[in-house]
Write a protein that binds this ligand. Structure first.
Ligand SMILES: *[C@@H]1O[C@H](CO)[C@@H](O)[C@H](O)[C@H]1NC(C)=O
Ligand SMILES: *[C@@H]1O[C@H](CO)[C@@H](O)[C@H](O)[C@H]1NC(C)=O
Ligand SMILES: *[C@@H]1O[C@H](CO)[C@@H](O)[C@H](O)[C@H]1NC(C)=O
Ligand SMILES: *[C@@H]1O[C@H](CO)[C@@H](O)[C@H](O)[C@H]1NC(C)=O
Length: 474
């Protein structure tokens, strides 16, 4: 166990702008800190009872409410809270865990889940967070400490975004329905985070996530990059974004269906194809037509009615066969059990809905928790958000500006499978394309065992993780 201190938060202008942006009644719900008495404040001295409210003069319509929490990882300082954006009407929930190694020096990273509409607490409690949901009812607190957590070496926050996801909510029914819109709130969140918690200012920063994160993160990173240039011109601090990490992501829609065919009807995942011959034949006939329709109506020239028709055709001809197998589409080696094919999902919901858990976290949403918000998913779908933008072009632009990118994929995922990912990464048009093409595939070996394959150049890395699913769990 380590002890941490020296976390200085400068609140020099804290209260001045608060008064203008929020009603008196609203403020009374929180502990307000006066600038004169509170500067500087130790982050570690933030209490675990009420929220402490922090604001920043440059973001007069935003504020952070944060409290210390005894949630999940007793070996580090843990904070949870809300960032209130857009005049306080949208409340974005976050969990922040200090690094187990050296929080004063280690990098900062953000993790988001996909969906669109899924809560980042899923990644936190099922995958890479400091604790896992207790599936055997052996712990007294509902979670078990995870020795492999990513906060072993990084300060990490998990953000429920956009509003309507997880514990994030809006007061007056405001919604965010496109990735490009979501990027604005995420950029505000990250800016305020670094400018408020000044001990992290300038710290190397990484964006990570999975699944629909393959659509979100390139856009979020680009928003950060572009806004950084504005900040630098105006003499303001920039966010030190170094890299983007995407696991089993959906980035370039042109390779999705050919990839799924290879997983089901080829030997990309299992040594013997698991789909029936008759279905594979049907799929193979449909594939060129699906690809052409997607190219004509979604990619080359986006037309919402025709693109929708193309997607419907592809889904019906190329996805229904997979559903009929009863296999878990996130891990084809397993049966589909439980909500979203994982038994953990319901246990996580039950745990996060407990009044005691909500208290521990300071949750204020009037709604119950959902792992994945259908409303948010439907709103994004209504805009065909997944299809109407060339997300891979954001990736090229980031690489050409020196942002490092890691694309990794578990080989047992069907949804956003490794074949589809490899295909788009290989045809990605950027300044290092030929160097990447020339790079050798290398085995990734751990404790004498081959766990995956890696291809890399200094900026772009592609890695597979053998026999892992969408969530990189076994
Ligand atoms: C903050 O300062 C104002 C005026 O300076 C004062 O009225 C108020 O009581 C102070 N708040 C706290 C929490 O001490
Ligand atoms: C878990 O264990 C506690 C006692 O240790 C028991 O009261 C509770 O019913 C159990 N829950 C489940 C879901 O088995
Ligand atoms: C919860 O309980 C487990 C096992 O009993 C323990 O390992 C873990 O540290 C506890 N978590 C917290 C936050 O106290
Ligand atoms: C939340 O869940 C509880 C328990 O299942 C239920 O009683 C309550 O009505 C739900 N609240 C909302 C807002 O759905």
């Amino acid at each position: 166990m380590k002890l941490y201190s020296s976390f200085l938060v400068s609140l020099a202008y804290a209260t001045a702008s608060l008064a203008s942006a929020f009603s008196v009644a609203d403020q009374a719900r929180f502990t307000s800190l006066n600038a004169s008495e509170a500067s500087p404040l130790q982050l570690s001295s933030i209490g675990s009872g009420e929220f402490t409210t922090l604001s920043h003069p440059r973001f007069p319509t935003h504020r952070i409410r944060v409290k210390k929490s005894h949630f999940c990882d007793p070996t580090v300082n843990v904070y949870t809270g809300y960032l209130d954006v857009d005049a306080g009407a949208k409340h974005m929930f976050f969990y922040f865990f200090e690094s187990r190694r050296d929080p004063a020096k280690d990098d900062v990273m953000m993790w988001i889940n996909g969906g669109p509409g899924c809560s980042s607490s899923m990644g936190l409690l099922m995958e890479l967070g400091p604790c896992n949901i207790d599936m055997k009812n052996v712990s007294s607190n509902g979670t078990l400490w995870n020795p492999y957590s990513w906060n072993s070496e990084a300060n990490i926050f998990f953000l429920d975004q956009p509003v309507g996801v997880g514990f994030s909510y809006a007061d007056y029914g405001e919604t965010v329905e496109t990735t490009e819109d979501a990027a604005k709130n995420v950029h505000a969140f990250i800016s305020i985070f670094f400018e408020t918690f000044t001990q992290f200012s300038g710290r190397t920063f990484h964006l990570s996530g999975e699944s629909y994160g393959g659509r979100y993160l390139p856009v979020f990173a680009s928003e950060i990059y572009d806004q950084n240039q504005v900040a630098l011109r105006e003499g303001r601090p920039a966010i030190n974004l170094e890299s983007v990490l995407i696991g089993n992501g959906i980035t370039d829609i042109s390779t999705l269906y050919p990839g799924r065919y290879e997983v089901e009807c080829g030997t990309a995942s299992l040594p013997v194809p698991f789909q029936s011959i008759s279905t594979c034949v049907r799929m193979k006939i449909a594939l060129p037509r699906c690809q052409k329709a997607i190219r004509d109506s979604c990619i080359d020239m986006f037309d919402s009615i025709n693109c929708r028709a193309a997607v419907n055709f592809c889904e019906s001809e190329l996805s229904t066969g997979m559903m009929a197998t009863g296999r878990n589409a996130y891990d084809i080696s397993k049966p589909c059990e439980g909500n979203l094919c994982y038994r953990e999902t319901d246990v996580i919901k039950a745990y996060l809905d407990l009044p005691a858990t909500r208290d521990l976290l300071g949750v204020e949403t009037p709604y119950n928790f959902s792992s994945c918000s259908q409303t948010v998913g439907q709103n994004f779908d209504a805009h065909l958000d997944k299809y109407n933008s060339h997300t891979q072009d954001y990736v090229s632009n980031l690489l050409d500006r020196g942002i490092r990118v890691l694309i990794y994929a578990g080989t047992y995922d069907w949804r956003c499978n490794h074949v589809a990912n490899r295909l788009w990464v290989e045809k990605l048009e950027w300044s290092g394309q030929s160097a990447f093409a020339a790079a050798e595939w290398q085995n990734w070996v751990l404790d004498g065992k081959k766990v995956g394959e890696v291809k890399q150049t200094p900026l772009l890395t592609f890695a597979t993780i053998r026999e892992a699913g969408h969530m990189i769990t076994r």
